[in-house]
Design a protein around this ligand. Structure first.
Ligand code: TYD
Length: 204
């Protein structure tokens, strides 16, 4: 692997991941750093299938759901993430396999089995920002933003279980951010961490 960096944002729905990615990306670009961004589920065929299913009722078994997310990620890793890292890019991703551990884990699948399955093909991130927020507040934000029907993933009891799994992740590269903090304060905090980390990680 080259000198690229893999930076991941995770959290339950409404935590503010996409906002933080959208604030960090232009900041790094403005510093002339070779940065690219992406998200999961992707817009590829498996990602589209996932979104279609999420709008209808949950009709898949947890294992079927797990394999769809894994197929989507395999494609993402081989066509986007690995090639970008090889070109020494800073790759920012909005959701990654920790979402699978938490969301499909909350359906009863062992999160550590999910982790293992993913790490057979997916590179481990250099930094994982977990934006932690209470499900009630996350759901309120979504409601105010969209005024459309909730997807099958957006249910308070379910998101409590998802959050619980995120909170049990004990990983050396994980940084917890308090999602109840304002987006500007959070973004400054993330920038400071990136400013510190980029020189040291990119040369190692
Ligand atoms: P989300 O990031 O909310 O996408 P968007 O806002 O663009 O629709 O992702 C959609 C849902 O997919 C979200 O509720 C979490 C769920 N999800 C999983 O259950 N497992 C996974 O591995 C991933 C990546 C997402």
């Amino acid at each position: 692997m080259g000198k690229g960096l893999l930076i991941v944002f995770e959290g339950i729905d409404g935590a503010g991941k996409t906002t933080q990615v959208d604030m960090l990306f232009p900041y790094l670009k403005g510093r002339n750093l070779p940065v690219v961004k992406s998200k999961e589920p992707t817009d590829g065929p498996f990602g589209q299938q996932i979104r279609r299913l999420a709008r209808t009722r949950r009709s898949l078994s947890p294992e079927e759901e797990l394999s769809l997310f894994i197929e989507d990620r395999k494609e993402h890793v081989s066509t986007f993430i690995r090639p970008a890292l090889k070109k020494d890019k800073i790759v920012i991703i909005d959701r990654y396999y920790f979402s699978t551990m938490a969301y499909q884990g909350a359906l009863g699948i062992d999160p550590y089995r999910i982790k293992q399955l993913n790490e057979e093909f997916a590179p481990i991130p250099d930094l994982l920002f977990w934006i932690d927020i209470s499900p009630r507040i996350g759901l309120l934000r979504i409601k105010n933003r969209r005024r459309v029907a909730f997807s099958t993933f957006e249910d308070e009891d379910y998101l409590c279980k998802v959050r619980e799994i995120f909170s049990c992740l004990n990983l050396p590269y994980l940084i917890r951010l308090d999602g109840h903090t304002s987006k500007e304060v959070l973004s400054n905090y993330v920038r400071n961490i990136m400013d510190e980390v980029i020189p040291s990680l990119m040369v190692s």
